[in-house]
Design a protein around this ligand. Structure first.
Ligand code: ATP
Ligand code: MG
Length: 325
């Protein structure tokens, strides 16, 4: 398929770690940070890449940029092998590492951009056009003359995102772009990314610990754990994969003994005339509701969706209990 933009086939990254365990004593350990991962991302997709600390997310992104060379497997971005042709690829990708800046710390923001203009050999007209568009969209107007070290975290992040996009990359990798940002800054960054993806069809791979980022931006999510891909699909499907439950909150006319619901639905809490029933997220609520309505004096009811964070936490838990094969 020609619209496949990122392609990983059995990609691995093994680190040899040497640790001092005593006087003159060292222990060698192999860390399989990425363990045979395969996926493709089509041009224009916006995909969430999530997983617990140490799962292998940043390692994957570093291989996608060519900073790290895979220990095995096959990896292509825009048909290019990143670690072999890192410079050629650099013109086509943009990267933002939330935990460190690519901007020159002591220089005003605009000077970093001028340096990138030359580094990436961006045609003058293009550079001016992109700079003014990004300055407006990311609200950087008042910040261009401020040295980067004086910017707040949210301002710096917006500055970093603009820097990653000045050369019109076809794909943007974001490694925790909202880390440490307040709610307003997060919203700004998310709005911008949504617009970027919609208007310019930029492919986006987003790593984050903030699941709201994913809920608001990505229809597809990949979950990595212990270097392995444990889920790849629609965000909605995560609920089922996590075997999560929804909750039916029922208000009855009066206080009654717990409702006898068809299993696996069951009452998990009773408070006066209100009862809470848990049932599988994959099951239909309407069936359960009509059963209850037929047999009990109903006043009101509502369905609570499982909260995605609970689902994913449960997924990680389940994985942790399983032997690593
Ligand atoms: N340069 C390195 N040398 C040795 N081990 C490394 C190196 N980089 C990463 N690792 C190890 O590889 C594993 C995956 O790390 P990685 O940074 O990819 O995780 P992550 O999913 O990005 O986690 P986090 O959410 O904390 O950012 C970890 O066990 C980490 O300690
Ligand atoms: Mg990381």
């Amino acid at each position: 398929m020609d619209d496949v933009f990122i392609e990983l086939d059995g990609v691995e990254k093994v680190f040899d770690v040497r640790r001092k365990t005593g006087f003159l004593k060292r222990e060698r350990r192999r860390v399989r940070a990425v363990d045979s991962i395969s996926f493709t991302v089509a041009r224009g997709e916006m995909v969430g890449y999530i997983g617990p600390n140490g799962a292998g997310k940043s390692t994957t992104i570093k291989m996608l940029t060519g900073i790290l060379t895979p220990s095995g497997g096959r990896l292509r971005v825009a048909g290019i092998d990143p670690s072999r042709e890192r410079t050629r690829l650099a013109h086509r990708i943009g990267v933002v590492f939330g935990q460190r800046t690519t901007l020159w710390w002591d220089l005003p923001l605009i000077d970093s951009y001028k340096l990138m203009h030359r580094m990436y050999r961006i045609p003058d007209a293009r550079y001016r056009e992109n700079l003014s568009r990004l300055t407006e969209l990311l609200d950087l107007g008042d910040l261009l003359d401020v040295p980067v070290r004086q910017l707040s975290l949210g301002q710096r992040m917006r500055g970093d995102i603009a820097a990653a996009l000045l050369h019109d990359p076809e794909v943007l990798y974001l490694d925790e772009p909202t880390i440490g940002l307040d709610v307003i800054s997060k919203t700004r960054v998310r709005d911008f990314l949504r617009q970027l993806n919609a208007e310019r069809a930029t492919t986006v791979l987003l790593t984050t610990h903030d699941l709201q980022d994913i809920e608001q931006l990505c229809s597809r999510v990949m979950v990595i754990d212990h270097g392995r891909l444990v889920y790849d699909g629609a965000l909605d499907g995560l609920h089922e994969a996590g075997e999560s439950e929804r909750t039916l909150v029922v208000d009855l006319e009066r206080e009654l003994p717990p409702i006898e619901a068809p299993p696996p639905a069951r009452v998990v809490r009773v408070e006066g005339a209100r009862q809470w029933l848990a049932f599988p997220a994959s099951a239909s609520a309407s069936e359960l509701v009509s059963r209850i309505a037929a047999e009990y004096p109903l006043v009101d009811l509502s369905v609570r969706e499982p909260d995605i964070e609970a689902v994913i936490a449960k997924m990680y838990e389940d994985r942790a209990g399983r032997p690593v094969t």
